[in-house]
Ligand binder design. Structure first.
Ligand code: GLV
Ligand code: MN
Ligand code: MN
Length: 404
């Protein structure tokens, strides 16, 4: 079987590692992640890499070479009811590029370490990039006390997964000079498809922040409480959800999303007493994003005040916009050109492990066209031909870095 076909098959195979039957749901430090790590570990070893797992739960495959190290990678965790390629494609393409060197009996003038990250999406704990932050040395130890929906802390989740939460500091990269971090990822947007191009070179990754907001009203009987005497937390939340859409729609380049909403006590005959929701705000201009989130939190407070409802807000994460390094952008571009494809540069609205890795080293990314630009959806799809181009471009990038 050809390498591109193997990559596609591996992504499909990984889809079986899931917490939900019939869907792909792979949260941080779950049995589904253990299953994914086992498969990926085998593939790394087949490609000639020495494999180890760190405390946070990242898998690291090392292909020896002289001196410095080039880091490649992406994530193995997923959102709920995910597609097959967001994350796993980048890991599988990186392994394929190493496999090609291994099969040819080649070593480069630098080592390659493939990092399969444990948490990029933040599905289980809300916080993003737990895996790549640990490697970059920016993991916030206070996060260990964060809890999931069942009240399990990150500390206990790490322990149950076989890591030592007291030694996360030891996961920080300590392997000497790093040449950079390069990540292949599906585009998750429509630009490459609209230009009829298989791959594109990423210039920057938009900043984002996430908040948790709780509206607290009063649970009451749905049959006996007059409409003018209710303190309905869900009605307050719904007014806020509309305000979020309205504000983001009226600001160029702004996106803001309420993607989670939990209603308590959650019964048909009870006026909702408490609603907790998530707010995700993104813009490539950090100042505009900050202005937007401040405004939206003020709006939430006004809605609560107007309705005699309590409000609590909690910032979960914030990441500034990250630029890819000029050197890696131009090397990726050269590789794309060398393979006879036009070069398109594009910015990413989605977050990536490259954001966290930028605290350690310079970063570069290659996007692969995905069908209809659809992602965070089981319909995610890529073609074998485009995957072939991605493997070729990454392999060419390794050559160009080796020559320079
Ligand atoms: C990661 O997929 C993100 O939320 O951008
Ligand atoms: Mn994603
Ligand atoms: Mn991703």
């Amino acid at each position: 079987m050809t390498l591109p076909r193997i990559v596609i098959e591996r992504c499909q195979y990984l889809a079986r590692c899931s917490e939900e039957p019939g869907a792909i749901t792979r949260p941080f430090a779950s049995e589904a992640m253990r299953c994914a790590n086992e498969l990926v570990g085998d593939w790394m070893r087949e490609a000639g890499m020495a494999v180890r797992r760190d405390n946070i739960g990242n898998l690291r495959g090392r292909f020896e070479g002289a001196g410095e190290t080039l880091l490649l990678g992406s994530h193995l965790d997923s959102v709920r009811d995910a597609g097959k390629y967001d994350g796993p494609l980048g890991v599988a393409v990186a392994i394929a590029a190493v496999q090609r060197l291994h099969d040819a009996g080649r070593r480069l003038p630098f080592a390659i370490e493939v990092l399969a990250f444990a948490d990029e999406e933040g599905l289980r704990f809300g916080s993003t990039y737990l895996g790549s932050r640990a490697v970059a040395g920016t993991f916030d130890l206070a996060d260990l006390d964060r809890v999931d929906a069942d009240g399990v802390t990150i500390r206990d989740a790490i322990r149950a997964f076989g890591g030592d939460p007291e030694r996360i500091d030891g996961d920080k990269w300590s392997g000497g000079r790093v040449l950079g971090y390069c990540e292949v990822h599906i585009e998750q947007g429509p630009i490459l498809e609209s230009r009829d191009l298989p791959v594109g070179v990423v210039t920057a990754i938009a900043g984002q922040e996430r908040h948790r907001i709780t509206f607290t009203g009063e649970a009451a009987h749905a049959g006996t409480t007059p409409m003018d005497q209710r303190r309905d937390a869900l009605v307050a939340a719904s007014v806020f959800v509309q305000a979020v859409e309205g504000y983001a729609s009226s600001t160029d380049g702004m996106v803001a999303t309420v993607g989670q909403l939990s209603v308590r006590p959650g019964a048909a005959n009870v006026v909702p007493g408490e609603v907790t929701l998530s707010l995700d705000v993104r813009h490539a201009d950090d100042a505009l994003r900050l202005m937007a989130s401040r405004h939206l939190l003020d709006v939430a407070a006004e809605i609560a005040k107007h309705r005699g409802i309590g409000i609590k807000t909690n910032q979960i994460s914030e990441d500034a916009t990250v630029s890819c390094s000029r050197r890696l952008v131009s090397t990726f571009s050269q590789a794309v050109r060398d393979l006879g494809h036009p070069v398109v540069e594009l910015a990413s609205g989605a977050g990536h492990d490259a954001v966290a890795m930028s605290a350690l080293t310079e970063v570069g990314m290659l996007f692969v066209r995905c069908k209809g630009g659809i992602s965070h959806n089981p319909a995610e799809s890529v073609t074998t031909d485009d995957v072939a181009v991605a493997i070729d471009v990454l392999s060419r990038l390794l050559e160009l870095l080796a020559e320079s």
